[in-house]
Design a protein around this ligand. Structure first.
Ligand code: HEC
Length: 107
């Protein structure tokens, strides 16, 4: 993972400099993550179900979030809820979501 990070940062930079739509659009990501809050508790980080374990996703590394969501989408990660969530997202949606979540402060 450590060796991967510089490569991811380079990619993010390249994407940020590419015209309009390649990079994650945090505004759109905010809209797309509306339904995530019920479980992940964004933006307050409070889980609506205290006895239900969910990972913190706001403030996470952007590249990590992209990889996680794509892994659910293709079934590499098999949590049924998250597979269902991720399966409806395009690459652009995932980039937007990651851009939004990564910009949130962990509390
Ligand atoms: C019904 C509850 C629920 C909803 C809604 C939900 N999640 Fe999750 N999410 C989970 C659970 C539970 C896990 C842990 C799954 C696992 O162990 O693989 C998880 C894991 C994740 C992870 C991996 C985090 C990590 O550290 O590995 C990401 C990223 C994520 N969710 C993003 C989202 C996004 C984005 C949305 C909205 C589009 C969303 N989730 C909606 C319950 C939910």
């Amino acid at each position: 993972m450590r060796r991967l990070l510089p490569a991811l940062c380079g990619t993010a930079l390249a994407l940020a400099m590419a015209p309009a739509h390649a990079a994650g659009n945090a505004e759109n990501g905010k809209l797309l993550t509306y339904t995530c809050a019920g479980c992940h508790g964004i933006p307050e980080y409070r889980n609506a179900y205290p006895n239900y374990h969910v990972p913190k996703i706001a403030g996470q590394n952007e590249g990590y979030l992209v990889n996680a969501l794509k892994a659910y989408r293709i079934g590499d990660r098999q949590h049924p809820t998250m597979v269902a969530q991720a399966s409806s997202f395009s690459d652009q949606d995932i980039a937007d979501i990651a851009a939004y979540l990564a910009a949130q402060k962990a509390q």
